[in-house]
Design a protein around this ligand. Structure first.
Ligand code: ZN
Ligand code: ZN
Length: 411
């Protein structure tokens, strides 16, 4: 355990409240977390009240309960989500409450569960929270995704350590990745935010028509829609409040054109999805759609993901992350997208963020679709970047310019 762990956790809680959600006086707060993280959640709740919130609601989940439910409930039980569960979260969302999703689940918590039930559950969740996702993806409220380690997760990352040592080590790493161990964490985030916005500004001025990826097993072209916006680090909510959607975050990202993806891409890090791991997989695209796929690990889970709905076979995000980044340099595989996506260039299957398109936040579904933005009940990032990846941008005149050389920024 590092010195002043308690102090660092307090700093982390303050970061989530002031930099992440940026809780405003009188604002309501909705937190989703796992029971294992309760002690830390109490710190976050206290900081949120100190920031002036008048109603901080915590909705707890439990990995063991999830396993038991999947073991004993019949298939039909996973085909829908009770309306009151949806209503609770929507009540806060419609009220502009700040939202925190604190991830702790073991990345393979559901590996022994029936894949059909898992797929049905993920699909039902996607459908039930479609409106919530739409509001979130257009920044109707401030939202933050962050993490706190559970024992099972820590043991998966550090199998050779004791449970307690593993949790301490994973927690230390998480605090490092969110800059909670810097002298002035808030200042560190301001600097980091500035750096990422500079990269996004450069790409926005270039307004490339397409990106070309090459790496071992990857030869892919991704068209970018007219009016696409590269984003990074902080976002601004409908109420005009700056917030950080992911902590940590190292990515600069935009929307791909849903019909202009061609070629093959291979994953570079395992993907944990629905409590299962998918690895050593490749996807082949034609005119935007996955037309062929293979996975050595988790093939059925990947199949379930691609069949979430008819648009889950199309891309909704393209993100650039240098191979030389804090998370990547920690040489730790977290088996969790929040961390692994920030160690590697990645793409997402599923819906595209409307805020990555000029005027997108105000567009109807039909308008977004016409502009080339995919819409789906799923949005799942998967990692494709490595030290051998080259990416170039294609200009309006058809010239090719380097964006990434050997896994790192070319500018
Ligand atoms: Zn991403
Ligand atoms: Zn994403």
């Amino acid at each position: 355990m590092i010195a002043n762990q308690e102090e660092k956790l307090r700093l982390y809680a303050q970061l989530l409240v002031h930099v992440g959600m940026n809780v405003q006086p009188k604002q309501r707060v909705y937190i989703r977390a796992m029971v294992e993280a309760a002690e830390f959640v109490h710190l976050v709740v206290e900081e949120a009240y100190k920031a002036g919130s008048e109603d901080v609601k915590v909705s707890y989940g439990d990995d063991r309960l999830a396993q038991l439910n999947l073991q004993y409930r019949p298939q039909e039980a996973f085909e829908s989500v009770p309306q009151y569960v949806v209503d609770e979260r929507m009540d806060y969302a419609k009220d502009g409450a700040a939202q925190l999703a604190l991830i702790s689940s073991s990345p393979e918590n559901l590996k022994d569960a029936d894949p059909d039930k898992v797929s049905a559950m993920m699909r039902a969740n996607g459908n039930a929270f479609r409106e919530y996702m739409r509001m979130m993806q257009s920044d109707q409220f401030a939202w933050t995704v962050a993490a706190y380690p559970s024992k099972a997760w820590a043991k998966l990352v550090f199998p050779d350590l004791s449970e307690e040592e593993a949790v301490d080590k994973l927690l230390d790493l998480m605090l490092y990745t969110v800059r909670a161990n810097e002298q002035d964490p808030v200042k560190a985030w301001q600097d980091h935010n500035h750096t990422l916005h500079l990269k996004a500004d450069y790409l926005n001025k270039k307004a490339y028509k397409a990106l070309k990826y090459s790496a071992p097993g990857t030869d892919l072209t991704i068209g970018l829609p007219e009016g696409h916006i590269w984003c990074g680090a902080s976002s601004v909510s409908a109420a005009g409040v700056e917030f950080m959607a992911n902590m940590p975050t190292e990515e600069v990202f935009t929307v791909p054109h849903q019909d202009q993806v061609n070629g093959t891409v291979r994953n570079s890090l395992p993907l944990s999805y629905g409590g299962n791991i998918i690895d050593n997989f490749s996807l082949t695209f034609k005119d935007g759609k996955v037309v062929d796929y293979h996975a050595e690990v988790g093939h059925d889970i990947l199949k379930g993901l691609l069949e979430s709905d008819e648009n889950a076979v199309q891309l909704g995000e393209v993100a650039l992350v240098p191979h030389d980044s804090p998370i990547s340099n920690s040489q730790t595989l977290f088996y969790n997208t929040l961390f692994d996506e920030n160690a590697s260039c990645h793409l997402a299957l599923g819906s595209a963020y409307p805020f990555c398109l000029e005027g997108g936040k105000e567009m109807s579904d039909a308008e977004l679709d016409a502009a080339g933005l995919n819409q789906s009940i799923t949005h799942e990032d998967f990692m494709i970047g490595n030290a051998e990846m080259n990416i170039s941008g294609i200009t309006a005149e058809g010239h090719e310019e380097p964006i990434f050389i050997n896994g790192n920024w070319a500018f």
